[in-house]
Design a protein around this ligand. Structure first.
Ligand code: SF4
Length: 358
């Protein structure tokens, strides 16, 4: 047992050494991504990306977040209707099922995943099942000690930040920015790769350049996502026109530090203009595991089964309902699903230029 009741997994025999950083990690990653790519092209795609929303609980209440704030989204109703979370053992069995389907990447998000004291134990299990683990966090709860245990079981971390201090705190709560930056520092000190996820809303567009410049030497990469399922925060037409030029200017200047592909930046602009963007393959390339064990194709709450029912069967059921899901969700330009889909649908050159992570 570690700090604050956090359950720290025992040193992993072999698996952590193989996956943690360095050359072996890269070679193995290359091999697995290319194998998946070829299998996709041969029309037998293995599952590639899973998003485990491990809890809906969060220590923050960001104004644009459809999980914690009623932004008029079905996500809020869904998350409010069930507070049940999988137990540690149930979650570990789910990791086994995902591993058997060949899942390459798994992202742990929420809510705030650090609120689960068994997070490291479950992430460790995912790693032992051969998945590359990503932590999606607001980083405000990260202490020096927790950063050390996290960096043992996560290949990389994604931290959400929504502007410079004043703007970020206006949207997420006073003192959040400083705590997030401190969490980032602890993660970096412990050797974790850290990316920042910046959600583009009508409130914070003006900050993007300053944030990119500020973070350039402090994190490994940064990417943008458009606000989703929160209509009151959609940028105006004029803001979108300005944004289009600015995003590409930043991409030219910062290259791969801005880890959105050019295709994704174009998709963000189309989405914010009100066009329907559907660049995903739910249940084929990606699934989501909800806190209560429901299985969906992505973050949108459209459950087609439960973990424990046999993931392959649920996946087949989901594939048949994909058209219905696309009609209901209306599209999105979420970076994870977009990049996983493009990675496999595109030419090998896209694969070569992308970092191997959704
Ligand atoms: S377009 Fe719809 S189905 Fe596809 S990832 Fe977005 S919300 Fe999910």
């Amino acid at each position: 047992m570690g700090e604050g009741g956090v359950r720290v997994p025992a040193a992993a025999p072999g698996s952590l050494k193989v996956f943690k950083g360095g050359k072996m990690n890269r070679v193995r990653r290359w091999w697995r991504v290319w194998t998946h790519y070829l299998r996709y092209k041969l029309a037998s795609p293995p599952l590639s990306f899973a998003n485990y929303f491990i809890t809906v609980k969060c220590n923050l209440k960001c104004i644009y977040c459809p999980v914690r704030t009623d932004t008029g989204s079905k996500i809020f109703d869904y998350c409010s209707s069930s507070r049940r979370e999988l137990s540690t053992e149930e979650a570990k069995r789910a990791m086994e099922e995902l591993g058997k389907l060949g899942t390459l990447w798994i992202s742990f998000s929420g809510g705030e995943p650090l609120l689960r004291p068994d997070l490291e134990e479950i992430a460790d299990k995912a790693r032992r099942e051969g998945m590359f683990t990503i932590l999606d966090t607001n980083a405000t709860l990260i202490t020096k000690r927790r950063a050390r245990t996290l960096s043992r079981v996560f290949d990389s971390a994604v931290v959400s930040l929504q502007g410079m201090e004043r703007k970020n705190d206006e949207m997420r709560g006073k003192g959040t920015w400083r705590r997030t930056m401190r969490g980032i520092e602890f993660l970096k000190e412990s050797g974790c790769e850290v990316g920042v996820n910046f959600i583009l809303t009508n409130l914070n567009l003006g900050e993007i350049e300053e944030v990119v410049n500020f973070l350039r030497e402090r994190v490994d990469h940064l990417f943008f996502n458009p606000v989703c399922e929160a209509k009151g925060f959609m940028p105006t037409r004029e803001q979108v026109r300005w944004l289009e030029g600015k995003l590409f200017e930043l991409k030219r200047e910062h290259g791969n530090f801005l880890s959105n592909s050019s295709e994704h930046l174009r998709a963000i602009v189309r989405y914010l203009r009100g066009e329907r963007v559907v660049e995903c393959e739910p249940f084929t390339l990606h699934v989501s595991l909800m806190p209560n064990g429901d299985l969906c194709g992505c973050f949108y709450p459209f459950p087609v089964g439960k973990v424990g029912e046999g993931l392959e069967e649920v996946r087949l059921r989901g594939k048949k309902k994909r058209e219905e899901l696309w009609r209901e969700c209306g599209g999105c330009a979420n970076s994870s699903y977009f990049h996983v889909t493009r990675l496999f649908r595109g030419s090998p050159f896209y694969l070569l230029e992308r970092r191997f992570s959704p």
